[in-house]
Design a protein around this ligand. Structure first.
Ligand code: NVA
Length: 311
């Protein structure tokens, strides 16, 4: 039984396989590579969602499956029913469980008891489905991943910063994170990513100066300064992060053909200037579309015929 709980659940060859499948499914959305039958996939969202719910629902439908939206509040996961009981119940109804929640440990508990693949639709720690979509997007624009220089600027301590470290390392990229002191991934996360670079090539590093981080970058990435659950810190964070805003001036230090990425939702004038996110180097709408293709691929890999060969 395979799950997709964090970016490094896929080995480099598997990540490449899933990305190839995603590109194939994008070219032929209703092609035979499917879930292997009319499967139901359960989706639960304990945090707000737009892209994730829409892209999973559309993608599962395109695969010939049924996206079963389970209301986490009605179910009372972890309150009315334990995570392990919910996992056992949903595992008897669905071929996979897609869950957006807070604690990574809760997701791991779901995976331990579900008996079907569990997919991380964002936790406090990781957003691996977004990274598959982002890597597909980079591949489309740059032709390859290995060896590219990626600068993640802003709140690098959030799920997106962690996921870029692990997924970028898996793809053999050079990932540089840049955030204020205290807002970069943990030493443990750097060790985990550095382990991957030892066999996948690439590198991971921390560069506090945003200009130095972005200089020569092929890909410039940012994310909201106020992740879901951190809303109380919005005012203080706006001050702390001001120098890490992706403005036209900062972007000018990247390669002239650099692409700019943001998983959305975006706050123009905060982590990214309107001219940048709405400008010619931005690929954010491709990223949003590619969520569907990438998630179809990971579901097919875990659940469908492609998953049969790697129990
Ligand atoms: N870091 C952001 C990602 C949103 C898709 C958050 O967790 O809110």
């Amino acid at each position: 039984m395979r799950h997709f709980l964090a970016d490094d659940d896929l080995r480099p060859d598997e990540q490449a396989q899933v990305l190839r499948l995603a590109a194939d499914l994008k070219a032929a959305p209703y092609d035979a590579k499917s879930l292997g039958g009319p499967r139901t996939v359960a989706m639960i969202f304990d945090k707000p969602t737009l892209r994730t719910q829409a892209s999973f629902a559309a993608g599962i439908a395109e695969l010939g499956g049924y996206p079963m939206l389970v209301d986490g509040t009605l179910a009372g996961i972890g309150v009315r029913e334990s995570v392990s009981d919910v996992a056992k119940v949903l595992g008897r109804q669905a071929s996979a469980i897609v869950w957006r929640t807070f604690a990574q440990t809760a997701l791991e508990e779901m995976a331990e008891h579900a008996g079907v693949p569990v997919v991380n639709a964002l936790t406090d720690d990781f957003h691996p489905c977004q990274l598959l979509a982002d890597l597909l997007t980079v591949q489309e624009h740059k032709g390859e991943l290995a060896g590219l220089r990626v600068a993640f600027v802003g709140d690098a301590a959030c799920n997106m910063g962690n996921s870029w470290l692990l997924a970028g390392a898996t793809a053999g990229m050079h990932v540089i994170v840049s955030g204020p002191e205290g807002y970069v991934p943990s030493a443990e996360m750097f060790r985990r990513a550095a382990d991957i670079t030892s066999y996948a090539g690439g590198s991971v590093s921390d560069e506090p100066d945003p200009v130095a981080a972005v200089t020569g970058a092929d890909v410039v990435v940012t994310d909201t300064w106020v992740s879901m659950g951190k809303e109380d810190e919005a005012t203080s964070r706006a001050e702390v992060f001001a120098a890490w805003s992706v403005t036209p001036e900062l972007l000018a230090h990247a390669k002239p053909d650099a692409i700019v990425m943001h998983c959305l939702p975006a706050y123009r004038g905060k982590e990214i200037a309107a001219e940048v996110i709405d400008g010619p180097q931005s690929v954010v709408w491709d990223e949003a579309e590619n969520r569907r293709h990438a998630q179809k691929a990971i579901l097919t890999f875990l659940v469908g015929a492609a998953g049969d060969s790697h129990e």
